[in-house]
Design a binder for this molecule. Structure first.
Ligand code: ADP
Ligand code: ASP
Ligand code: MG
Length: 410
């Protein structure tokens, strides 16, 4: 059985709600080229002209972060995490500086800030740092001067004064943390799809946009691979009551609200969606007790997902593909017998209604059986059923579950 352990969050004490403060985050596709940056600039100026105090969080242009990571590995097989963060944090700065220039050309005032200049303080874990404080004085001052503030997403400065990054997709978390710290009325996440869908719309073209989804469901969807919101951004939004909306950069469509369970906009569907990851490595370890193994994995900052004690002497666990190197190095250094499989992905059915509706698991397994897909590992939470299946079976498993539970039908 899996329990998704959500992390403690910094206390942001004494934040006064500021009417008219708006945090707008634009992802990589939304700022992919100069024309798109000018469009974003126009949108920000419109929001400012409408009377809002506007803070924009931008991602790196298009595939810039991937390109920078690739560049690092062309130079070194094992780049030092500190230097890797120095390098990959640059993409977001480029977007912000360019957007500030475009805003000036539209006759408005803007200032671009790095995460560090914006007061985003993190712990010292390079590559997946956690925000421990937001010192927003400089942002408030710039807003008071009527400026649009552009903050480089995905990064901060550590308590050791080094530049850190927040993990892939981390600009979402920058945006939500700023919204919480500034007492913003709403945090808008602009992306290349029209909201949160019942499945990845790239995989299931008839997936349906959800008008609203609960924090709990979104946490499970994000933890299970729906990368439209980084997991930590949802945790932050839930714990600090940030009103969060996912919507399209390229249209004015409604988008999806992330809300709490009592919110009247909820449809109260039994199942909200199917999330997937194409690859989630599975490790099999012998000759070590769970206490020692998971203590060592935690020290190595590995985010363990599924855990199974298969026998008194065998533990199976999975961890995200980003943690593969750390897992392999750790297991290699321990006096254990271990093996790893990387030919599996994971398909997860998520829905708050599962708690009170028996038979969902039976229907899910029957559906997978019907298309000849045999789950290798099954794990559950009160609102999720997850199956590790072979990577090549992931697309058809997602499609079959989506159809079996009629998720495309409003
Ligand atoms: P951005 O660059 O704007 O942060 P991401 O690529 O990180 O955008 O996230 C958006 C992508 O998330 C979409 O293009 C879509 O393919 C993917 N995605 C996966 N699952 C879902 C889902 N359930 N709903 C919406 N998008 C999803
Ligand atoms: N540019 C970073 C990434 O590609 C952060 C983000 O886009 O949220 O992961
Ligand atoms: Mg993203």
């Amino acid at each position: 059985m899996t329990t998704t352990e959500f992390e403690a969050l910094p206390a942001l004490e004494g934040v006064e709600p500021r009417l008219g403060t708006l945090v707008m985050k634009f992802g990589g596709t939304s700022v992919a080229d100069p024309a798109k940056i000018k469009d974003v600039a126009r949108r920000l100026v419109e929001a400012r002209t409408a009377g809002n105090r506007v803070v924009a969080v931008l991602s790196a242009m298009g595939d810039t972060t991937d390109d920078l990571v690739r560049l690092a590995y062309e130079v070194s097989a094992r780049p030092k995490p500190r230097e890797l963060d120095m390098l990959i944090s640059v993409g977001e700065r480029i977007s912000c500086a360019l957007a500030a220039m475009a805003i000036h050309d539209l006759g408005a005032e803007a200032i671009s800030l790095t995460g560090s200049q914006a007061g985003i303080v993190t712990d010292t874990v390079h590559g997946k740092a956690k925000i421990v404080d937001v010192r927003a004085r400089r942002i408030h001052e710039a807003l008071d001067q009527g400026r649009i503030v552009l903050v480089a997403g995905f990064q901060g400065v550590s308590t050791d004064l080094d530049i850190t990054t927040l993990g892939r997709g981390g600009s979402d978390t920058t945006a939500v943390a700023l919204a919480a710290a500034l007492g913003a009325e709403v945090c808008e996440i602009y992306t290349d799809v029209e909201g949160v869908f019942t499945a990845d719309p790239r995989l299931v073209p008839h997936a349906r946009r959800l008008a609203a989804v609960t924090y709990e469901e979104m946490l499970e969807l994000s933890a299970s691979g729906a990368k439209v919101l980084q997991l930590r951004s949802v945790e932050f939004a839930r714990n600090h009551d940030v009103r969060l909306q996912v919507r399209s950069t390229f249209s004015d469509a409604e988008g999806t609200w992330i809300v709490d369970e009592e919110d009247p906009v909820l449809e109260k569907a039994i199942i909200s969606g199917v999330a997937h990851t194409d690859c989630e490595p599975l490790y099999r370890v012998r000759r070590i007790g769970p206490a020692r193994l998971f203590e060592r994995l935690a020290e190595a900052n590995v985010n363990v997902d599924t855990i199974l004690q298969v026998s008194s002497d065998e533990i199976v666990f999975s961890a995200p593909v980003e943690d593969r190197r750390a897992c392999e190095e750790l297991l290699g250094a321990l006096d254990v017998e271990w093996s790893m499989r990387d030919d599996l992905g994971k398909v997860s059915l998520v829905g708050a209604g599962m708690k009170s509706h028996p038979g969902i698991a039976a229907q899910a397994f029957a559906t997978l059986g019907g298309i000849g897909v045999q789950p290798e590992v099954i794990s559950t939470s009160p609102i999720k059923i997850a199956c590790h299946v072979r990577t090549e079976d992931v697309p058809k498993a997602v499609a079959a579950l989506h159809d079996a539970f009629e998720l495309g039908v409003a």
